[in-house]
Write a protein that binds this ligand. Structure first.
Ligand code: NAD
Ligand code: UDP
Ligand code: UDP
Length: 313
């Protein structure tokens, strides 16, 4: 049994991670300030004796004795991370410093949930880990992108200078049950609009692409990454390389829900990347043959079932 701290554990991905780590027989402490996460996502875990919930903000120091830290605390949807941009930067940067300080003190292994956003609007396609990215440092997305880039730098420097055992994963667009219905991300927006019979809002011409990964696949990838040899620090891309245009996604969701919703076009947000697709050869080589198991149709069906239930209750 390992003692594991999951920051941002009451969020979308974090709640699935906590559930999985508990099921594998670990002792899990979930730390969250409930900015975008909520108790409702982990309420089913609260009765378990080896699960503990702590309300805390990662920008403040935190002391606990653990073997592993998964650092996920940070709002991930553009609507949420732009709501208080300064706080987003503080969460990524000061949160990383505090959790790295903790990992250094207790000699824990620490994994950073980084993001494909470190590649910005990429000029190289698909994106390998060796690509340095094309990020606008003063744009509206920079609080998130640059915060995450700085966190990667902190991780690497705590490793080089202080010997902290680090792991960096760059997560690509992830979807699944427990996304927030109103967090503005494309999969949840389209499903909720389709189920309510509202117009499906495609931004721009809908020809921009994303590669969507089901939440169980990212959780599996993160756990396998944590369990790799100390000499492998990453960064490693975790995503599903199957790439779709936003129009294709809209059509799929209309078909799968049998909705009568119509597609309407709205302006493309500023700095919206045109295409994004992970090169996952490194993950497949280093993470014991990891690869995405759930493809879009199957994952969307599960997510639609979740939202259908949520909207009825
Ligand atoms: P989420 O918003 O559902 O979860 C983030 C969690 O962090 C929430 O529970 C929130 O309350 C908590 N949090 C935010 N600020 C905090 C703070 N200062 N102190 C303590 N807790 C704080 O988002 P998610 O989709 O579950 O993302 C989890 C992590 O994965 C994030 O770090 C995100 O950047 C990364 N990621 C997600 C995606 C994706 O597609 N969902 C893609 C790339 C990277
Ligand atoms: N820290 C923490 N928990 C710990 C150990 C450290 O939150 O268990 C914080 C500590 O408050 C500090 C940060 O982590 O601000 C970085 O720690 P480090 O030891 O690297 O730096 P220093 O304490 O020398 O500033
Ligand atoms: N998008 C859209 N309609 C929506 C929400 C998003 O067309 O209602 C587009 C958005 O402009 C972007 C893509 O879908 O091109 C993915 O957006 P999301 O916010 O989910 O993720 P990110 O831009 O961070 O990859």
């Amino acid at each position: 049994m390992k003692r594991i701290l999951v920051t941002g554990g009451a969020g979308f991905i974090g709640s699935h991670l906590c559930e999985r780590l508990l099921a594998e027989g670990n002792e899990v402490t979930c730390l969250d300030n409930f900015f975008t996460g909520s108790k409702s996502k982990i309420i089913h875990l609260l009765g378990q004796p080896y699960f503990e919930l702590v309300r805390h903000d990662v920008t403040m120091p935190y002391y606990i004795e653990v073997d592993e830290v998964y650092n996920l605390a940070c709002p991930a949807s553009p609507v949420h991370y732009q709501y208080n941009a300064i706080k987003t930067i503080k969460t990524s940067v000061m949160g990383a410093i505090n959790m790295l300080g903790l990992a250094k003190r207790v000699k824990a292994k620490i994994l950073q949930a980084s993001t494909s956003e470190v590649y910005g609007d990429p000029e190289l396609h698909p994106q390998p880990e060796s690509y340095w990215g094309n990020v606008n440092p003063i744009g509206v997305r920079s609080c998130y992108d640059e915060g995450k880039r700085c966190a990667e730098s902190l991780f690497v420097n705590y490793h080089n200078q202080n010997g902290v055992r680090i792991k960096i994963v760059r997560i690509f667009n992830t979807y699944g049950p427990r996304m927030e219905p109103d967090d503005g991300r494309v999969v949840s927006n389209f499903i909720v609009q389709a189920l309510r019979g509202q117009d499906i809002t495609v931004f721009g011409n809908g020809l921009q692409t994303r590669s969507f990964q089901y939440v169980d696949d990212v959780v599996e990838g993160m756990i396998r990454m944590m369990n790799t040899d100390d000499s492998f620090t990453g960064p490693v891309n975790i995503g599903n390389p199957n790439e779709f245009t936003i129009m294709e996604l809209a059509q799929k969701i209309i078909d799968l829900t049998g909705s009568k919703s119509k597609i309407v076009f709205e302006p493309l947000p500023v700095d919206d990347p045109i295409q994004r697709q992970p090169d996952i050869s490194l993950a497949m080589e280093k993470l014991a043959g990891w690869q995405p198991e759930v493809q879009l149709d199957e994952g969307l069906k599960k997510t639609i079932a979740y939202f259908d239930n949520l909207l009825k209750s």
